[in-house]
Structures are given as structure tokens and as C-alpha cells.
Design a protein around this ligand. Structure first.
Ligand SMILES: NC(=O)c1ccc[n+]([C@@H]2O[C@H](COP(=O)([O-])OP(=O)(O)OC[C@H]3O[C@@H](n4cnc5c(N)ncnc54)[C@H](O)[C@@H]3O)[C@@H](O)[C@H]2O)c1
Ligand SMILES: O=C(O)C(=O)C[C@@H](O)[C@H](O)[C@H](O)COP(=O)(O)O
Ligand SMILES: [Zn+2]
Length: 375
């Protein structure tokens, strides 16, 4: 007898599937959340049919789930091509993008070819950018397989690759046709990656929903234990908040920047250490502690808020102290951030629970935050 698939063991299919719509005019789409979605024929209804579907995944995720996805797609497409990328943040680059373009061209992919991004945020971001640029745009579907990708990266249409100088520096806004969050696939995720995903879940509390922050605090043990109902609620509420934000400001002319809470510091850590050393979620967790410190330092929030954020980030098994890159290096890396204007760094800060603002901060305050939370 073969060993049971851990995704079926951990996640019973009796969890009712739910749909979170994201309203973007003619680019509107649904985020579907449920257990066993990959194997449900209803999942694929209403997607464009074509002679070729391409599953873009990576060498870790493809052996786990690509066959199931290919079998589900086979009835609807003339041919299902598979592209397995190298795994890891260090491969979110031009070379990997080229791999996709080379294969698509070699296999005769045309403008109707539908790309399916099967993987975490790295696969999703690279595949999305490939979809945005191959023949000036082909349709794509997000099939996120990490918690982080289900609660954040698969939703909202930010696609990108990294540059050695800065995160996500080359990319495009390009929306998927649908997002399919099969909770069952979270059963095979490592504990470290689960915690990384929790960082982005936690983020939604202070920026948009005080009650959700309280719910996360009350349910952190259940989330870490992968309780299906707790994970389902975390994915649903996160997607609702992200859909609400993106629906108002698709291209980050204002409000959407709140989703960057913790990211100015976090991206500096990721780039400063070299991509892949710290996970994105780890950078965000620690970055939220630093941004909370800055919010307190600038008089926006009381000190108890910082204590609360340190506690929740620690309980999620995420780092609360950044690496000792040196304040000058942090400042240099943060100046490249996409929110900077005229060389002035702008931080997402909390001004009351559930409400974020974007503000510049005096260098001395930032240095004090770095002194308190790095090394
Ligand atoms: N576009 C956006 O809005 C957005 C939002 C947040 C993060 N991001 C980006 O997302 C990336 C981080 O995504 P991530 O945390 O998913 O990392 P990731 O894509 O590197 O995946 C994490 C690891 O888990 C493995 N994996 C994925 N699914 C698995 C599964 N079901 N079972 C076992 N292993 C599995 C992957 O192969 C990888 O080794 C960063 O590049 C970040 O910048 C983008
Ligand atoms: O969707 C957004 O907007 C976000 O900022 C979500 C972030 O979690 C994500 O990491 C995003 O890729 C960061 O965006 P960037 O514009 O700072 O690269
Ligand atoms: Zn992020």
C-alpha cells in the first residue's frame, strides 16, 4: 500500500469552499478557497480553452502536485506542457524568466496559451511576469501552494523579478484570470515556510483590521498546528482584506502601499543578506517589528503596541531582530525601495490599530530603530 497523500490526511474536503471576488472592472476575478479544489471539475469551469496549457512550477512543488493539475487540465486543453523551474528566491531572476520564454517559444506557445503558476510566491511572481510579457500578454491562473502565496502574493497582480540591488525591481501589474487556493496543499509545507506565511497574515491586522489581529493572537497555536478551520479563516480574511485594498488602488497610487507594512526593512534584509538567506516572510515579520518601533518612536502609537507586535511575531516563530548589516547599509538599501521619492524613504507606519499611513522619517529615528532591533 502506498503512503497516503499528506494533503488529504490533514485537510478534510468537508470544509465548504468559498469565493472572494476581486473587483477590478474588466480585470475582475475570483479567489476560490477550499480543500480539494485541484481535483474538483468545477474549479476549471469558465476558464478559456486553448490548444496549449502550460503549468509553470518548480522542482520541489511539481513532483507533489503537477501531475494532479495536469490531469485536471487535460480534458480542457489540447496539450498540457510542464516547465519546472529551479527552486528558491535566488532564482527569481532574468535567467529563470528566460527559461520560461525559451520553452514557450520552442513548444509553439501562442497568444491563447494559458499559463498556470503552481507554487509559492516565487513561481507566482515570475510566471505572472512571464505571462505579462510573453507575446505582450497571455492569460494566466494562480494556483498558490504556500500559505504566503494563498494569503498574499497570488492576489492583486503584482508580478516581478528581483535585481541584486533591490527586491521586485523589474515587473508589471498584471492580473490573473482566477486564483485557486487549495488548502490541501498546505499539508506538505515545512514549518519554516508556514511561519513565513503567517507574517503576511499578521500584517493585515495592524494595517486594516484590529479584530483580525485579536483573532490571530487567539488562534496562533491552531494556525501553527495547521488546524484546517483556522487556516481556512486566515486565508479567507487575508484575501478579503487584500481584495478590498487592491479593488480601490490596483496600481499603488496610494492606499495599496499599506500592504507594504514591514517591507521597507524586510526587503533591505533580503537583498542585504543575499536573496534566499532569510525568507521573505521572515524579513516581513522582523520588518513589522522595526516599523512598529518607528511608529512608536514618531509618537503615532503607544509603546504597548511595539510589545504586542514583538510578542505575536515571536509566537509565530519569526525573527524579531535583524542582521547586523550596519545602519548605513540598511539606509542605502532602503533608499532603493519603490515607495521612495527623490531619494527620501517613505515608511508604512501604524497610526491606530487597523489604520496605516505612509510617512518619511528622520534618519536619526530610523537609526535608533535599527540600533534597537538589529545585531
Ligand atoms: N506579488 C505579490 O503581491 C507578493 C506578495 C508577497 C510576497 N511576494 C513574493 O513571494 C515570494 C515568497 O513566496 P513564498 O514564501 O511562497 O516562497 P517560495 O515561493 O520560495 O516557496 C517557499 C518554499 O516552499 C516550497 N513549496 C511551495 N509550496 C509547497 C508545498 N505545498 N509543499 C511543500 N513545499 C512547497 C517552494 O518550493 C519553496 O522551496 C517572494 O519573492 C516575495 O517577494 C509577492
Ligand atoms: O500586493 C502588494 O501591494 C504588496 O505590497 C504585498 C507584499 O506582501 C509583497 O511582498 C509585494 O511584492 C511587495 O511589493 P513591492 O512593490 O514592495 O515590491
Ligand atoms: Zn510581502
Amino acid at each position: 500500500m502506498t503512503a497516503p497523500d499528506p494533503s488529504f490526511v490533514s485537510f478534510p474536503t468537508r470544509l465548504a469552499p468559498i469565493t472572494v471576488p476581486i473587483a477590478l472592472g474588466d480585470r475582475s476575478y475570483d479567489i476560490r478557497i477550499g480543500a480539494g479544489l485541484l481535483d474538483d471539475p468545477a474549479t476549471w469551469q469558465g476558464l478559456p480553452r486553448a490548444s496549449l496549457a502550460t503549468i509553470v512550477s518548480n522542482v520541489t512543488v511539481a513532483p507533489l502536485y503537477a501531475e494532479r493539475l495536469a490531469a485536471a487540465l487535460a480534458p480542457h486543453y489540447g496539450r498540457v506542457l510542464r516547465i519546472d523551474l529551479p527552486d528558491g528566491e535566488a532564482h527569481k531572476d532574468w535567467q529563470t524568466l528566460d527559461l520560461i520564454f525559451d520553452r514557450l517559444l520552442a513548444e509553439g506557445a501562442d497568444r491563447k496559451t494559458v499559463l498556470f503558476a503552481l507554487g509559492g510566491g516565487v513561481v507566482g511572481d515570475v510566471t505572472g511576469f512571464a505571462a505579462a510579457s510573453y507575446m505582450r500578454g497571455v492569460p494566466f491562473v494562480q494556483v498558490p501552494t504556500t500559505l504566503l502565496a494563498q494569503v498574499d502574493s497570488s492576489v492583486g497582480g503584482k508580478t516581478a523579478i528581483n535585481h541584486p540591488r533591490g527586491k521586485n525591481m523589474i515587473g508589471a501589474f498584471y492580473q490573473p484570470l482566477r486564483v485557486l487556493c487549495d488548502l490541501g496543499v498546505l499539508g506538505t509545507l515545512s514549518d519554516r515556510e508556514l511561519s513565513a506565511g503567517l507574517a503576511e497574515v499578521i500584517k493585515y491586522g495592524p494595517i486594516a483590521d484590529e479584530a483580525f489581529l485579536g483573532w490571530i493572537e487567539d488562534n496562533l497555536a491552531a494556525l501553527l498546528a495547521r488546524d484546517p478551520r483556522a487556516l481556512a479563516h486566515a486565508v479567507r480574511r487575508s484575501c478579503e482584506i487584500k481584495a478590498w485594498v487592491v479593488g480601490q488602488d490596483e496600481r499603488e497610487s496610494g492606499l495599496r502601499a499599506i500592504l507594504n507594512f514591514g517591507h521597507t526593512f524586510g526587503h533591505a534584509i533580503e537583498a542585504g543578506l543575499g536573496y534566499g538567506e532569510w525568507l521573505h516572510g521572515e524579513g516581513v515579520g522582523c520588518g513589522m517589528v522595526m516599523a512598529s518601533d518607528l511608529s512608536v518612536r514618531l509618537g503615532l502609537m503607544p509603546p504597548a503596541f511595539l510589545d504586542r507586535m514583538v510578542r505575536i511575531v515571536e509566537r509565530a516563530r519569526l525573527p524579531v531582530r535583524g542582521p547586523a548589516l550596519g545602519a548605513d547599509r540598511y539606509l542605502e538599501l532602503m533608499r532603493i525601495d519603490k515607495k521612495s521619492e527623490g531619494g527620501e524613504i517613505r515608511f508604512v507606519l501604524i497610526e491606530s490599530l487597523g489604520r496605516a499611513v505612509m510617512r518619511p522619517a528622520p534618519d536619526e529615528a530610523v537609526r535608533a530603530t535599527l540600533a534597537a532591533h538589529t545585531g
